[in-house]
Design a binder for this molecule. Sequence first.
Ligand SMILES: [Zn+2]
Length: 348
Amino acid sequence: MNIDFSDIEYLKNPNGITLKADFKQFLLSLDVPTVIDISGKDQNRCRVIVTLLHGNEPSGLIAIHRWLTSHKELPTPETNIRFIICSVEAANATPLLSHRILEGGIDINRCFGSDNNKGYYQRAKIIEKIIQEVRPEAVIDLHNTSGSGPAFAVSSLLSTRGLSLTSFFCDAIILSGLELGALMEQDFNCPTITVECGGANDEQAHEVAYEGIEQIARCPSIDNFQQKKSVEIVYKPLRLELKQGKSLFYSTHNEGNDGVTLLAKIEQFNFGGAHKGQMLGWLDENGLDNLQLINESHEDVISEYFTVRDNQLVCATNLRIFMATPSYKIAKNDCLFYVVNRTGTSIV
Ligand SMILES: [Zn+2]
């Protein structure tokens, strides 16, 4: 597929015919990244909501379409809202909404803030410009996780406005120290958060995205917003990774595999975490040496978090677990899951 990385389409206050009967038809009617501008009561201010940077993460699109079409007339938010539907080509590849990126493509959410001006980097730069030109007072990037789990936000910076934005969607924010080239890491001179709404196939995740958009649209001032619910701040989780060349399996029981075998239902620990002594899977005779957990000082701290009981992989302390996935590909190439020691969290 030949992609024109400089091409963007704009829709302003689209009517029902343009929005089609449902989100799938609407998506199929788009060809390239699409900006949807909605006029608010106060036209001097704008909030930006981005989605579909990853083509298989539909909650943002579903929620945006629902919000735009839930009444006879387009809703009028308190401020202007600019929606940006990004990886339209990947999302539209067959089967619909199942490709994170197009075959042969790269992850655009690793291309922001780069000096490279070609291909997906060029597109990332254009999207940055499209956000900057409205001088936003908030930027929210909506995603889904590959496994099931409760919604959480991620940000590089903590601010009261960032916490208020988070509270529209969920009750936990991860302060991330990672620099991956993600949209969220860019400085738009306003609070910028990523929201992982939950699993891509979870109805609840679509609801989280919708409720968040609805509340943002109705909030006259994020500065003066009184948070209705507390938000847990999770400091810099570590990535549990498989060491190079080690193998990974999933199972409900010990099969005596080489390398690491995770419990088939590992994603259940995204809900509520895992207590000290909890078994998460099985290890071969190399034990914890199959895995690594690198902290900010580049030290492997695996034995502070995990231990081995017979040949079982066991939590050495109470842990909070994020983004555990039953997807072999993501677990092997990215990480098995993110983890924080339960003492590393606080409630605001
Ligand atoms: Zn994503």
